[in-house]
Design a protein around this ligand. Structure first.
Ligand code: NDP
Length: 246
């Protein structure tokens, strides 16, 4: 499905990003594996991709820094030749009720989830416009679609990702580049592992499919949006949420 394609996945050392990198490779893509913290996770992801017979490149960048993002795009294009698929996955949470939320917590979440996605979208757009093809897929959240108490910063950032997706989809449509988002619901990763048991049970009771999602559930949706089969879909947000958003 993705033979000959080259993908860049941000935050691919663990969680949804890691599973996305592996899934894209399983479908035939070569993958640049970005990390910002520990290199070890990214190296493990890359080793698994190489074991499938695909090329993998481990690349450091803190997506909150434009210079890091620019250097990352150059490094990937120099080493792998081009970028056909960008997956904006890097994200953080800093939850608290709005009345207690600090400016620092607000800015940190906006900087990573929204501004980081903006930097990478801009860089990918510049090179994909020249090639007249490409796929940009960003990881939003059910929180950005319907809001969630305790996540004013995160809801703003993830709703913003959907807005940027619609904007860029319109700007790039004539150049053969599609721009979409996925909005995961409650997915079993480090991000949700820290939630108290009562909060987990409360969320589970709101999921029609009666289970947490897996990183693989999200990765498969991303792989579909990256495929030729999704060529007539742009500006959309695909909910991968077990029905939470119905
Ligand atoms: P994890 O906490 O498991 O992983 C987060 C990833 O983001 C890590 O790989 C981390 O890299 C990376 N990251 C964080 N900050 C930066 C940065 N400044 N620059 C580059 N990479 C960074 O979370 P998930 O896998 O659960 O989340 C992945 C995405 O999915 C996020 O955008 C999240 O908001 C979204 N999402 C998750 C849901 C869930 O239920 N889990 C639900 C809805 C959306 P490193 O380790 O190198 O810092």
């Amino acid at each position: 499905m993705l033979e000959g394609k080259i993908a860049l996945v941000t935050g691919a050392g663990r969680g949804i990003g890691r599973e996305t990198a592996l899934t894209l490779a399983r479908y035939g893509a070569d993958v640049a594996v970005n990390y910002s913290g520990s290199r070890e996770g990214a190296q493990n992801t890359a080793a698994e991709i190489q074991a499938m017979g695909r090329r993998a490149l481990v690349v450091h960048a803190d997506v909150t820094k434009e210079a890091d993002c620019t250097a990352m795009f150059h490094e990937v294009e120099d080493a792998l030749g081009k970028i056909d698929i960008l997956v904006n996955n890097a994200g953080i949470t800093r939850d608290s009720l709005a009345v207690r939320m600090s400016e620092e917590a607000f800015d940190a979440v906006l900087d990573t989830n929204l501004k980081g996605t903006f930097f990478c979208m801009k860089l990918a757009a510049a090179s994909m416009i020249k090639k007249r093809s490409g796929r940009i897929i960003s990881v939003s959240s059910i929180s950005g679609v319907r809001g969630n108490a305790g996540q004013m910063n995160y809801c703003a950032a993830k709703a913003g990702v959907i807005g940027m997706t619609k904007c860029l989809a319109r700007e790039l449509a004539a150049r053969g580049v599609t721009v979409n988002a996925v909005a995961p619901g409650y997915i079993d990763t480090d991000m949700t592992a820290a939630l108290p048991e009562r909060a987990k049970q409360e969320i589970l009771s709101q999921i029609p499919l009666k289970r947490m999602g897996s990183a693989r559930d999200v990765a498969e949706a991303i792989a579909f949006l990256a495929s030729d089969g999704a060529g007539y879909i742009t500006g959309q947000t695909l909910l991968v949420d077990g029905g939470m958003g119905i």
